[in-house]
Design a protein around this ligand. Structure first.
Ligand SMILES: [Zn+2]
Length: 266
């Protein structure tokens, strides 16, 4: 179910781009009205971050003086940087995934999984938003390496070499961490659209998500660094302490993890 729904999620993201190019009959047919936005949409599953050095995934390649991560760090560490510069291993999946449905977290479509430590903060965040009149539903959460392989293969079948415009290669999606969610609501017709960034719910998230330990992954203003468009719908749980530090620093998640040299390898 998670795999199938993740595909729907990414299909929805891709739809805006498809409207502007060729619209294959296979997309946008999930029984929901097609989005009205026509602007190309990128997702965390899309365009490259800063270019990686040829043939290396070594995050220390450009900064040999950066301290090596302490031994014992793993992909479970909330500070792991994920993207072109550091892909997650194919066999990595968190061992503590929990059902959002079981915890009563509002979801769109089928159930989604998230790491246990992130569920309660997410529940608190969504409840507080609701108490202030903002609807937030989770449309995507954990996505396995295999799920992402399927997504990427799907889009490779459509776009060939340009597939990375709409889907991250396996290992490079934030969703594999099990701490990242995509939000949606009725104001954007339960899709993932740039228009979400204009909603009051999105503005509430910008101001308050960090208090619950969540940080936006691809913020407005860091397009140069991430290589991605602003994704107002995607947040990653890093814990209250780290989220507070990042908020205080005025840096993006990517900048903070990079500049503080706290990127554990896994
Ligand atoms: Zn996402």
């Amino acid at each position: 179910m998670a795999a199938a729904f993740a595909l729907v999620c990414v299909s929805a993201v891709a739809y805006g781009l498809l409207v502007a190019t060729n619209r294959p009959e296979t997309l946008g047919s999930e029984g929901r009205p097609p989005p009205t936005e026509t602007a190309p949409v990128s997702s965390e599953d899309s365009t490259p971050e800063e270019p990686a050095k040829e043939g290396t995934n070594d995050t220390h390649a450009t900064n040999p003086t950066a301290p090596l991560p302490p031994p014992g760090e793993s992909c479970d560490d909330p500070r792991v940087l994920v993207g072109k510069r550091h892909a997650l291993p194919p066999d990595y999946a968190p061992s503590d995934l929990a059902s959002l449905m079981a915890y009563g977290v509002p979801i769109y479509g089928g159930d989604h999984l998230l790491r246990e430590d992130a569920v309660e903060p997410l529940s608190g965040l969504v409840s507080e938003a609701a108490s202030e009149g903002h609807e937030l539903l989770v449309i995507s959460a954990f996505r396995s390496y295999a799920d992402q392989q399927n997504n990427f293969a799907h889009f490779t079948g459509i776009y060939g070499d340009d597939a990375e415009i709409v889907s991250a290669p396996p290992g490079q999606s934030q969703h594999q961490l099990g701490t990242t969610i995509d939000f949606t609501n009725a104001e954007v017709n339960y899709e993932l659209l740039p228009a979400f960034g204009e909603t009051d719910a999105s503005k509430w998230l910008e101001a308050n998500a960090w208090k619950h330990g969540f940080i936006i992954t691809y913020p407005d203003g860091d397009e140069q660094g991430t290589g991605r468009q602003w994704e107002p719908w995607e947040y990653r749980h890093v814990g209250e302490e780290l989220a507070g530090q990042i908020h205080e620093s005025d840096m993006s998640l990517r900048e903070f993890l990079t500049e503080e040299g706290v990127r554990p390898l896994c």
